[in-house]
Design a protein around this ligand. Structure first.
Ligand SMILES: NC(=O)c1ccc[n+]([C@@H]2O[C@H](COP(=O)([O-])OP(=O)(O)OC[C@H]3O[C@@H](n4cnc5c(N)ncnc54)[C@H](OP(=O)(O)O)[C@@H]3O)[C@@H](O)[C@H]2O)c1
Length: 288
């Protein structure tokens, strides 16, 4: 079982730098099974969201694992429909209830559109009340960050954005250093992008270290100081993805992977109409 290092956030909390992502794992028992396997394999950090519709299964898997609550880091995220102040307070209460927890380790504003300031105020208050330990944002480009964050009392502990060797967020990472905000990667494996997995450089490094390409990518991200939580529903990958703490890429190898950056990802938070189309895509109150 891997000994997973922690990173210290700007609020002093220590987050396991490696965890398990649950986006697109259905709530038909599959999330429960996947999270159970991840916890059994040694993962101690689970990333979920209201809009993944699987918080309940995540919570049950954690409870049934018997692992003490303070040894598992749980992240969830508020969705767009709930950003008005009163709705945001309810969102936090509902996530706590669905997860079956007394507190959430990290809660994020999932998408930065609509009354983000009201949602943030509710999150600051929930943090002060001990319902959430750390608060953060997601999908904030440098432009969106500069619109909102200067007005926040508490600076986000993390900004969870698309990040992998093809999209290394160089401009944004510069901005985040000012508030000592840690970058969290979504799509750390490019969501299985074949071009990325077939990159000759990454394959050469995989051969050199006796690792697979996924492990080379994840190790690169870890050495960049980025928090990662790859998703897989397959036990072999759940295990292999965390076997990245027994080797180290050299600084020349890190530079070579840095040069793979294309400066552009799958998702552009600044594109016109993104907020509206995301709002339409996930109706979290459809079954209320
Ligand atoms: N904040 C946001 O807006 C946002 C957006 C997207 C994701 N996220 C979070 O970030 C987490 C990770 O991102 P992601 O799930 O989108 O993408 P990802 O972790 O980059 O990739 C997951 C995909 O890669 C495959 N995979 C897993 N391990 C592999 C390996 N070793 N080699 C090759 N393929 C592998 C998985 O397939 P199998 O399952 O079949 O193994 C799955 O199709 C999510 O689960 C979620 O928690 C957040």
């Amino acid at each position: 079982m891997a000994n997973i290092p922690t990173f210290k956030l700007n609020d002093g909390n220590e987050i396991p730098s490696f965890g398990f992502g649950t986006f697109q794992i259905p709530a038909d028992g599959s999330t429960y099974e996947a999270v159970k396997k991840a916890l059994a394999a040694g993962y101690r950090h689970i990333d979920t969201a209201v809009a993944y519709f699987n918080e309940q299964e995540v919570g049950k898997a954690i409870k049934d694992s018997g692992i003490p609550r303070d040894q598992v880091w749980v992240t969830s995220k508020m969705w767009l429909q709930d950003y008005k102040y009163e709705d945001a307070k309810k969102s936090i209460a509902t996530s706590l209830q669905k997860l079956g927890l007394d507190y959430i380790d990290l809660y994020l504003i999932h998408q930065p559109y609509g009354p983000v300031d009201e949602a943030w105020q509710a999150m600051e208050e929930a943090q002060a009340a001990g319902q959430i330990r750390s608060i953060g944002v997601s999908n904030m480009s440098a432009k969106i960050w500069n619109k909102w964050v200067p007005n926040f009392k508490v600076k986000p502990a993390v900004n969870q954005v698309e990040f992998n060797p093809y999209f290394q967020q160089k401009e944004l990472r510069q901005v985040l250093t000012e508030t000592q905000t840690t970058l969290e990667a979504w799509a750390p494996l490019g969501e299985g992008n074949k071009d990325l997995l077939n990159e000759p450089l990454l394959n050469d490094l995989a051969n050199k270290y006796g690792k697979d390409v996924g492990q080379i990518i994840l190790r690169f991200e870890h050495q960049e100081g980025v928090i990662i939580f790859p998703k897989s529903v397959h036990e072999a990958r759940i295990k292999s993805n965390q076997e990245i703490f027994d080797f180290e890429l050299t600084s020349a190898e890190m530079d070579a992977i840095r040069a793979l950056d294309k400066g552009k990802g799958m998702h552009d938070p600044d594109a016109p109409g993104v907020g509206e189309s995301l709002l339409k895509a996930y109706d979290i109150h459809a079954n209320n």
